[in-house]
Design a protein around this ligand. Structure first.
Ligand code: SAH
Length: 253
């Protein structure tokens, strides 16, 4: 079933109507060639989704009537934030897409010392907007109720400063030899928010590791093999959501 995110002010639960505007209109009429009475799912991106039926297809907007508010939760309760060091173009797109499908709540891109990509301030906004579109597309494809927010490009320092007491900050450290992610997750079964820090292709520097630890982060290993940054991001998100979230559970739960 086709799913579209629209602004919540275009959804009126009282009179059971919804208005789709902008680019999805052409997609509905020209690409999908949908008709009056065809069913579709509309979501507001904040966790509410509705089974709807098309009433009218215009050039600028599609009118739909709400048949049923969908209750089945597509969102895990765990607030998982992926802080990803800037990597080369398509890798970043991949990381945004896969972490969205898997269920992250927010993605914060940051410039690490070894990030080869340097994005100028004026280009940064365009990049973040592009990543936000990728997150929206992945959220629609994976039937999520919520679109993860892609934050503004920031620095490791500010991430650490702003997340002193919001839940474990896990620094994925390829040189960590004592503590594994599995053990940290098993020791903290009741955490509600987790922040993951993933380094760039070139890895984190010792200074970055020392800074993170000095600011209360916990360095963890993902295992004996060195993963590419895009693999590490997807694997760590999967491990956390399998252990503490809803990954691996049946849909009906
Ligand atoms: N180029 C480096 C590896 C960088 S991998 C080297 O060859 O040593 C990119 C990022 O993925 C790392 O900074 C780290 O955040 C994460 N990562 C990869 N493998 C990991 C592992 N086994 N344990 C913890 N983090 C890992």
């Amino acid at each position: 079933m086709n799913r579209f995110f629209i602004d919540s002010e275009d959804i009126n639960e009282e009179d059971g109507t919804a208005v789709i505007r902008g680019e999805p209109v052409k997609h509905i009429s020209r690409v999908l060639r949908m008709r009056i009475k065809d069913p579709l799912i509309i979501a507001d991106g904040q966790g509410n989704s509705y089974l709807c039926e098309i009433n009218e297809i215009g050039r600028e907007q599609v009118l739909a009537s709400i048949k049923e508010k969908l209750i089945k939760r597509k969102e895990t309760f765990l607030d998982l934030v992926l802080c990803q060091a800037l990597t080369k173009g398509e890798k970043m797109d991949f990381i945004i897409q896969k972490s969205t499908e898997l269920g992250v709540k927010k993605i914060i891109p940051f410039t690490a010392e070894r990030s080869v990509v340097r994005i100028s301030v004026d280009k940064a906004r365009d990049r973040v907007n592009r990543w936000q579109k990728i997150a929206k597309g992945a959220a629609e494809q994976s039937h999520r109720d919520r679109i993860p927010e892609v934050g503004a490009i920031t620095s490791l320092e500010s991430i650490l400063m702003e997340n002193q007491d919001t839940g474990p900050v896990l620094f994925l450290w390829e040189q960590e030899e004592k503590r594994g992610l599995k053990e940290v997750l098993k020791e903290n079964p009741d955490i509600k928010k987790v922040l993951l820090l993933v380094g760039p292709e070139g890895g984190f520097t010792l200074q970055e590791a020392e800074l993170a630890l000095s600011q209360g982060a916990v360095s963890v290993s993902l295992g004996p093999r060195i993963l590419r940054t895009e693999t590490a991001a997807a694997a760590a998100v999967t491990m956390v959501l399998y252990e503490l979230g809803d990954l691996g559970e049946a849909d009906g739960k």
